[in-house]
Design a protein around this ligand. Sequence first.
Ligand SMILES: *Cc1c(COP(=O)(O)O)cnc(C)c1O
Length: 389
Amino acid sequence: MRRTGRHFLQIPGPTNVPDRVLQAIGRPTIDHRGPDLPVLAGETVEGLRSVFNTKGPVLTYPGSATGGWEAALVNSLSPGDRVLMFDQGYFSATWEKVGLRLGLQVHLVPGDWRRAVDPNVVESMLREDTKHQYKAVLVVHNETSTGVTNRIADIRQAMDSASHPALLMVDSVSSLGSIEYLHDDWDVDVTIAGSQKGMMMPPGLCFHAVSEKALAASESARLPRSYWDWNAMLSLNETGFHPYTPATNLLYGLKEALSLLAEEGLDHVYARHARHGEATRRAVEGWGLEIFCSCREERSNTVTAVMMPDGMSADEFRAVILERFDMSLGSGLGKLRGKVFRIGHLGDFNDLMLAGTLAGVELGLMAGGIPHKKDGVRAALDFLAETSA
Ligand SMILES: *Cc1c(COP(=O)(O)O)cnc(C)c1O
């Protein structure tokens, strides 16, 4: 049967792509060695710098964020290097696997996935490492699988307090362009991001912001690298040309997405996400369901993971919502499979889209026979009516 109206794409990425971005991508493809490319590339570099809050080099690769993880590691580390990571959720676990396959020694600090990384643990681990064997600390800023946000400034502070020289690498895939991110102020060495979450683009691009210290480390790094090599890619910052064919039409879309963020103003973008995050959390509490992130202050403003009542399948619940109400919600990943569903509230999003999303969840609770209280949507609407972005 034909579906009428718009599908609600409320997974935490890929997110809803604005029409202006889609139209920009639909322009005629250009000669990637011709005069238009450096202009386009230059504009996207400037825009990305403002979103990363950096004055340093930024790079755009055709590839998914998983490639961005690999690129960060191969450019700055050598075989057998020790790196410090935290068991935060599915994405940190997947980044760990990339590191292991590349031949790094990963020390994974255990965690229950429900809390952010404790900066005190970072500090004490690094203080104990008197021989400075850890070459890098790898953190996911916003763990999309759990809805937990880390305090990168505090983690940097912990590294400085321990006077440890390890590089700080941060995955900002589901926070960049939604939650405040300060690459320079937080002294991050490599930030990895992707196009399909807060950046309001289709999948297909990943980005790096890189510090001088990381560039210096890349000179002696010995992991093999070719496609991802920073040196070749950095020419983009200088000449505007890529070492291979860039995703030209996606660059048109990126330029438009960056304009949209600039027109709204980043402060407003962050405040909007904070407000929608709060409204979503109030809805979950109004339903009497449990938010997976167990600490109020660490709850994400881009995604909320909600625990299903015992014995009920989150996947069956999501299937009911897709079938009956044409809305996609995020699934539980890794050990959370079937146990949580995730509501994405990021990207090109407004109050009525959020109200529709939350109404879809409440309808699903009703249609799926899930025990709940009827105060969820009402609590969110009250909050949206009382506040403005
Ligand atoms: C989506 C996501 C990734 C993986 O991105 P791909 O584009 O699928 O490779 C990595 N990290 C985080 C935090 C994510 O949300």
